[in-house]
Design a protein around this ligand. Sequence first.
Ligand SMILES: [Zn+2]
Length: 226
Amino acid sequence: MKQQYLALTGLLLATKANAIELYINHNLEHYSVELSREQGEAQINDLCFTTDSEESWIFVKYTDGKEVWYEDGGEAGRGYVMPDKNVLETILAKQKEVAEISHYHIHPAKPSVMATPHHPSIDDSYYAIQIATNVLEASPDIVFDDRVVTPYGIYVQSFADEGLATHETRTKIRNIVSEPVIKAVETGNFPFDFKSDDVSVIRSEAHRYAAVISGENVTVTFIEMN
Ligand SMILES: [Zn+2]
């Protein structure tokens, strides 16, 4: 009987844990969920294959170890999301309790949503620089990065404090992340094969892409998923 009870409790806990999920929010009211970084990343990665809308979240690790995901998508729509700045402001109002912040958004795999889900857009990088600056201004003690969850992995963009210090240094990073892509588009020679049917090709191209848009004061890496 005792064993049965324990088994039942375990099942209930498991059910409850599974019920906590990140989802695409079509309401104006935001939600938040207590969930580890790893669990949240896996859930967003799964969403890549089912959703036809973009969405964004802020992951916060607090100094006491608590991990919370705050959905902050403003105008979530097909292939486009403009995060609601109020969510970050609310989190930064208690900056002394915050150890880490990551801003996340999803790139759905469906070709009808995004032409190129497999890499960050130039605007993604520009937005990452802006939000990194906001976090740094609130507190230099908070570790920040920006993460784009694509079907086969996550791009992590982070910036050195020196690179975020002034308008000029930020312009420099903006050029580093955008110039290789702009040049590729202008010459009509986009040197990455993201259209391959072979997932391993897409992954290796993603690593190469991350290396190309990295540079002084900006580091981009690709973490493989799936
Ligand atoms: Zn994007």
